[in-house]
Design a binder for this molecule. Structure first.
Ligand code: PEP
Length: 235
């Protein structure tokens, strides 16, 4: 089971340090075997010393080692902190920042070449969901074009765009059917993301083919995030 927290644009350097320490202590005290991922803002990166089941990664990077890319963060800056896990293709980068498909594939290829873990996010907008499962599958499988699905450190997060940060969660039936269809193509771990909360995480983690969750809003309180880790531990 993988339980991942995406901070988006929240928490400071100080509160990130407190969050990571709190989660680390919880994991150590509970002998948890859940794989925990935390994606803070880049300004809060540090060489965190955590339990081996916890990795602090990044939400974004520019696919270069270093160079002249004003305002961007290259891989040299990630290596300084021993970063080994990245999010690629998150819906807020696709739809809010308007990151192109080409750039997303470049980021995937660069991270793959570096041999680090990639949580690759896919998901459909509301109007696509309203057209039915076949249309959803056509849309999300297209997002996987150009992505090496055999990459050994690949994790796919299915995150319906309309469910992210909105408080609306996909129905368990929709998650189940979508993950089942994705499983025909994807042999790597499959996460669900989209308004996962302490109250619904157990039901979601019990859905067939669900190997974990990627959580934004409801993960920002360390106590709540630890409750989700604890729930995953029992499954
Ligand atoms: C996310 O950021 O990947 C996410 C799923 O956010 P939220 O849990 O807030 O919907």
């Amino acid at each position: 089971m993988i339980i991942a927290s995406n901070f988006k644009t929240n928490h400071t350097r100080k509160s990130t340090q407190e969050f990571v320490s709190f989660v680390d202590e919880f994991v150590k005290n509970s002998s948890s075997s859940v794989e925990v991922r935390i994606y803070p803002t880049a300004t809060a990166l540090n060489s965190f010393e955590c339990d081996k089941s916890i990795q602090v990664g990044v939400q974004n990077f520019y696919p270069v080692q270093n160079g002249s890319f004003t305002g961007e963060i290259g891989f040299e800056q990630l290596e300084e902190f021993g970063i080994k896990s990245v999010l690629v293709g998150h819906s807020e980068r696709r739809h809010v920042v308007k990151e192109s498909r080409e750039l997303i594939v470049q980021k995937f290829d660069f991270a793959k070449q570096k041999g680090i873990e990639i949580i690759f996010c896919i998901g459909e907008p509301k109007e696509v969901r309203e057209s039915g499962l076949d249309t959803v599958m056509e849309y999300v499988l297209k997002q996987l074009d150009g992505i090496d699905l055999d990459y050994d450190k690949l994790i796919i997060a299915y995150e319906p765009v309309w469910a992210i940060g909105t408080g609306l969660t996909a129905s368990n039936e929709d998650i189940k059917e979508t993950l089942k269809r994705l499983r025909e193509t994807v042999k790597k771990p499959l996460l669900y993301g989209g308004s996962v909360k302490v109250d619904n995480v157990e039901d979601i983690l019990n859905i067939d083919n669900c190997d974990g969750v990627l959580v934004g809003t409801a993960s920002w309180k360390a106590e709540d995030f630890c409750k989700m880790i604890s729930t995953a531990q029992k499954i």
